[in-house]
Write a protein that binds this ligand. Sequence first.
Ligand SMILES: C[S@@+](CC[C@H](N)C(=O)[O-])C[C@H]1O[C@@H](n2cnc3c(N)ncnc32)[C@H](O)[C@@H]1O
Length: 208
Amino acid sequence: MTDLKKHWNTAYGNNEVSRLGWYEEDPDATLQLIQQCNLSKDARILNVGVGASTLLDKMVNIGFENIIANDISNTALEKLKTRLGIKGKDIQWIVDDLTNPTTLSEIAPVDLWNDRAVIHFFTEEEDQNTYFSLVKKLVKNNGFVIISAFNTDGATLCSGLPVFRYDKDMLAKKLGAEFKLIESFNFNYTMPSGDTRPYIYTLFKRAG
Ligand SMILES: C[S@@+](CC[C@H](N)C(=O)[O-])C[C@H]1O[C@@H](n2cnc3c(N)ncnc32)[C@H](O)[C@@H]1O
């Protein structure tokens, strides 16, 4: 097991999900961007580094039928799977490392790539390039990308790990001209401790 996987399994294994510093009870900002994509209920939606917050509960409630849940932490996915119970029966679960993807590189293209609070952990350019190559490999023409990350005014650490912070132009540059920015906004996330963390939320659409 890599040190990174151990780190995240320990974080999820030693804490109640609702006490984690990134836990979100109301993922409304992400849901608002998903709504803007106007996807059909059978759209393929890949949630990378999905963790165990409530987004997938809400997506299942909305009626999305083709959800893929990825994380490097099998503990996170097991907790989420247990909480969802029968509601999660149609979800495809993929334990894989975005910086060294194996199973993920083999999956069929997706209509939406969704990342909240994952990309900023990739501080090395090589890992960032691997991440964006996977986005470009997997997102269909006319598909969407939602990336929500610590913004350039944000904290420099999360979960004790250093982070690489973004603004919308940096994300646009990494994605390349084929991906058009549809929307972006700043969002102040309030942690369970009451501290806040400024995020940039972005929605891109790939050209057809
Ligand atoms: C700050 S948490 C955010 C979790 C979730 N997206 C949310 O909004 O609650 C970061 C997540 O990314 C996952 N992660 C970290 N590095 C990863 C990697 N290389 N590949 C896949 N997932 C990773 C962690 O296990 C963790 O669940």
